[in-house]
Structure formats: structure tokens, C-alpha cells
Design a protein around this ligand. Structure first.
Ligand code: NAD
Ligand code: TYD
Length: 367
């Protein structure tokens, strides 16, 4: 729907969420559309291999929701949307997000994650510079990862990433995200641009693309296919339920001071092999197999190149300053997540068969 500035003014805020058809973005879009009916939420997503508008089908017809299939590296298109809706907030999640893909093909990571972020920054700066209030009532929230901080040793479990940990990315993915964080800070420092950054640990939950560990393995357990554990499975990740991540984004977007950054994590470190064992037990329990019946599916495979040993986030600052804390235990989160994938086999099937790409055409292009 076309909109001029007069119509845009009826909304208390006009917020672009980039990557809103992806995993975390879809949860954020749903939360914002439902929680803030006075805001207009504009989902901007190029629908790459992992973008799926079915992830937000339940809010697609809400009056305060819009969708635009736009690539964030397209300055003209982004500027056009900024003007069309008189956008005053951007929450930026669109990215290439899978480490293994970044090892195979790093260039698209630099294009989307670095140039795409720079394009959004420049388009926002150009548009906001012309508005009467300037940057005063605007916000650019950049969603990033703990992987920018590099890796922690296994033998000092007390060491965690804080907001002041120096950047030391290892993979092409984390290098591209670190670079995008630097550009966001450069805009804040150079132009007084109203930016905030959050760096979150590994997320899990519904709608995660099944190339990532948890949804891939749930599906493989159900289908009795091998579970490819990289190396010896000793690498440690800090897992957070996606709903808790988007609650933190909501809080930081509304309450953080300009230039601030916050780490978000669950204080929930698991070695991959322990996590896989817990996942097998949970899936087996829910589908009526003897818990552990599928342990034989564990298959140790060649390690990921440059595989970061351990990530762990110290999220005490966001708890102390903004009152955020995870709402679910890992046991509850895993139970809900396994339940969801088992109850949405059609969603998984539409991805593995490729049918999800047709969904967009039916819903949007053929209207
Ligand atoms: P995802 O891969 O599920 O979704 C990414 C979305 O971005 C997709 O909908 C895709 O179509 C879209 N996209 C990709 N390139 C685009 C482009 N050039 N223009 C417009 N849209 C484009 O990713 P996710 O796991 O939901 O991660 C979202 C963000 O959160 C990313 O920035 C990621 O770095 C960050 N993050 C993820 C995790 C995690 O565990 N998944 C943890 C911390 C931070
Ligand atoms: P992943 O979900 O890809 O997230 P990230 O690499 O961003 O942490 O992987 C989580 C962990 O699981 C990571 O240590 C790599 C490992 N892994 C496997 O052992 N096998 C797999 O098939 C996948 C996808 C990941």
C-alpha cells in the first residue's frame, strides 16, 4: 500500500524491521505488531533461501503490518521506503547468518552484512538529517552476535564475553558481523547517529531454518537420520530462547541510551554433545520412543574449519540497567521447541521440499 507523509503521521512510530521473514526477525515482527497496535511495522526482507513469509503469516493481515521484498543493499529502494513511511526507527536483523555457508562462500556475507548495513545506515542518516527533529527522536538498532568476540577457552569456564571484550572474529560470518558493528559505531561516533547494538548468544526456538543445529537435529531424530556432530562435540554454546531475545531487543530499542551496546545471553552453556543427548531424550519422550533410543544416530564428522571452541555471554549489564532476564529455563525452552517442530511438520516439509518459495508467490505476487 502506498502511503504519503500525512497518512504515516497517524502511527505513533514507523519502524522498519529488516530480515523479518527470517527466524529471529519473524518473532520480533510478531511481538511488535501485536504489542504496539499504534506502531506501523514494515517488514523489509529480500527473501533469500532462508526468508519465508509463512513465518509471519499470523500477523500478515494486521492493519499495522506491511511487507516489502527489498534487498538491504539497494540504497534507492531503502531510501524510497524511508520517505514513503517517514520511518523513524530501524531494527536491523537481515543478514547471512550461517557460519558453514560463510566458510564456503564468504563474499555474500560481506555484501549483505557489511555493505547492506552501511546502506541502511546511510539511507537512514540521509532521511533523518532532513527531518525537523533531526536524529532526536530516531533510533537505529543493530542486531548482532556474540561471535564477534571470538572464542573462549574450555578450561576457564568463568570467562565470559562482556560489552568491553575486544573484538576478535574468526569465521567469515563473524568477521562480517564485526565489521557491520564497527560501521554502526563509526556512524554514532562520527555523526552523532542514534544507534544501539545488541550482541546475542545462540538462539533456538520455532521457525529456525533447519540448517542450524537444533531444528536440523530434531528433524533428523524424527526421521531416524544420522546426526552429524562436528569434531568431538566438545564445543560449547550459550543457548537462549528466541522469545527472550526479542523481548530484550524490544527493551533496548525503547530504553537504551544512544551509543549503548548490550550483551544478551542465557547464562546457559552446553557442550554440543551434551545438548544433542538432551535433545534426543526430549524428542524420544515426546514421540513415544524410549528416551535415548536414538543415541545411535550420533555420528562424529570432520570438524568445522576454525570451529570456535566456546561462546558465553555475560548479560548482567542488561539485567542490571534494563531489568531483562530470560523467562524460560532451558528445559522448558527445549520442550516447547520440540513440541512446536513436531506439531508443524508441514512447515519443515515445505522447507525441505522447497515449496516454501511458492508460498510467497501465492500470497503476494498473484494477488
Ligand atoms: P536468518 O538467516 O533466519 O534470517 C535472515 C533473514 O534476512 C532472512 O529472512 C533473509 O531473507 C533476510 N536477508 C538476507 N539477506 C538479505 C538482504 N540482502 N536484504 C534483505 N533481507 C535479507 O537469521 P536469524 O538467525 O534470524 O538472525 C537474524 C539476525 O540476528 C542476524 O543479523 C544474525 O547475525 C543475528 N543473530 C543471530 C543469532 C542466532 O543464533 N540465530 C544469534 C545472535 C545474533
Ligand atoms: P550452529 O547452529 O550452526 O550455530 P553457530 O555455528 O552460529 O554457533 O551450530 C551450533 C554448534 O553446533 C556449533 O558448535 C557447530 C555445531 N554443529 C554440529 O556439530 N553439527 C551440525 O550439523 C551443525 C549445523 C552444527
Amino acid at each position: 500500500m502506498e502511503m504519503n507523509d500525512t497518512m504515516a503521521a497517524q502511527w505513533a512510530r514507523r519502524i522498519i524491521v529488516t530480515g523479518g521473514a527470517g527466524f529471529i526477525g519473524s518473532h520480533l515482527v510478531r511481538r511488535l505488531v501485536q504489542r504496539y497496535p499504534q506502531y506501523l511495522i514494515i517488514n523489509v526482507d529480500a527473501l533469500t533461501y532462508c526468508g519465508n513469509v509463512a513465518n509471519v503469516a499470523d500477523v500478515a493481515n494486521e492493519p499495522n503490518y506491511r511487507f516489502h521484498r527489498v534487498d538491504i543493499t539497494d540504497y534507492e529502494a531503502i531510501s524510497g521506503l524511508m520517505r514513503q513511511y517517514d520511518v523513524d526507527g530501524i531494527i536491523h536483523l537481515a543478514a547471512e547468518s550461517h557460519v558453514d555457508r560463510s566458510i564456503a562462500d564468504p563474499f555474500i556475507f560481506a555484501k549483505t552484512n557489511v555493505l547492506g548495513t552501511l546502506t541502511l545506515l546511510q539511507a537512514a542518516k540521509d532521511h533523518w538529517s532532513t527531518s525537523p527533529a533531526g536524529f532526536a527522536d530516531k533510533r537505529f538498532h543493530h542486531v548482532s552476535t556474540d561471535e564477534v568476540f571470538g572464542a573462549l577457552p574450555l578450561d576457564q569456564p568463568e570467562l565470559m564475553f562482556s560489552e568491553t571484550t575486544p573484538y576478535a572474529p574468526h569465521s567469515p560470518y563473524s568477521a562480517s558481523k564485526a565489521s557491520s558493528d564497527h560501521f554502526v559505531r563509526a556512524f554514532a561516533d562520527t555523526y552523532g547517529f542514534p544507534a544501539v547494538i545488541t550482541n546475542c548468544s545462540n538462539n533456538y526456538g520455532p521457525y529456525q531454518f533447519p540448517e542450524k543445529l537444533i531444528p536440523l537435529f530434531i528433524n533428523n531424530i524424527v526421521e531416524r537420520r544420522p546426526l552429524p556432530v562436528y569434531g568431538q562435540g566438545l564445543n560449547v554454546r550459550d543457548w537462549l530462547y528466541v522469545g527472550d531475545h526479542v523481548a530484550a531487543i524490544d527493551l533496548v530499542f525503547h530504553q537504551a541510551a544512544n551509543g549503548a551496546s548490550y550483551n544478551i545471553g542465557g547464562f546457559n552453556q552446553w557442550s554440543n554433545i551434551d545438548l544433542v543427548r538432551a535433545l534426543i531424550a526430549e524428542v524420544d519422550r515426546q514421540i513415544g520412543r524410549e528416551p535415548g533410543a536414538d543415541l545411535d544416530l550420533i555420528t562424529y564428522v570432520t570438524d568445522r574449519a576454525g570451529h570456535d571452541l566456546r561462546y558465553a555471554i555475560d548479560s548482567s549489564r542488561i539485567s542490571r540497567e534494563l531489568g531483562w532476564k530470560p523467562s524460560l529455563t532451558f528445559e522448558e525452552g527445549l520442550r516447547i521447541t520440540v513440541q512446536w517442530y513436531l506439531a508443524h511438520k508441514d512447515w519443515m516439509e515445505s522447507i525441505t521440499s522447497g515449496a516454501y518459495r511458492e508460498y510467497y508467490k501465492q500470497m503476494y505476487e498473484n494477488r
